[in-house]
Design a protein around this ligand. Sequence first.
Ligand SMILES: [Zn+2]
Length: 229
Amino acid sequence: MAHQVVRINENTWRIEDQGVRFFLLAGTEKALLVDSGMSVRNAREIAGELTGLPLELLNTHADRDHIGSNAEFDRFYMHPADEPAYRQGGGQGTVIPVGEGDILDLGDRPLDIIHIPGHTPGSIAVLDVKGRFLISGDPIQDGNIFMFGPNRDMNAYAMSLARLEGVMDRFDEIWPSHGSFPVSPALIPQLREAAEKQMAGELAGTKIDMFGQSIVRYDAGCAGFLCTE
Ligand SMILES: [Zn+2]
């Protein structure tokens, strides 16, 4: 099965795409895809079967498993700090830059953009202000969080989590791109503490082989961090 569409409520859907998840949010005036899948190349078509509203796209970051259908869009929202990696991977189209403090309004549905660098420099989270949920992308989830390779920054990651702890009164659920759906906001301080421990050398690591690279998986209890040694 290629992908699975799950309706969350009357104007919100999640699309499960073989280990990665993306979202469709509809307001009164337009709809927004948050990421465009990993294996699917027709996210626009999938969304078109769910809503007739004009459709826009936002990427939580530029990792390969979040941009599968970007070629269907001439322009899309992305944090500019992830554009170099997007171009390096051959990504086309016009980036409409978004960042900390920006508000996208879908029509009676304001979305606050929160910049959470660390997993990538341009990682962003999307806060549905009225729905009281946070779409977190990869940085907050209970699976393995990729922190190896270029552009990853554990210190920035811990600082992003600390900042999110400061706005936890604004949401009741977190909707990540991988792992369980949904997860509790309580995961944020747990991950922040684990990231601090990892940097202090206090987390146990296990060597694993991934894509021919030697990676260390640090067990954060609530999740795993995949790092180089
Ligand atoms: Zn991902």
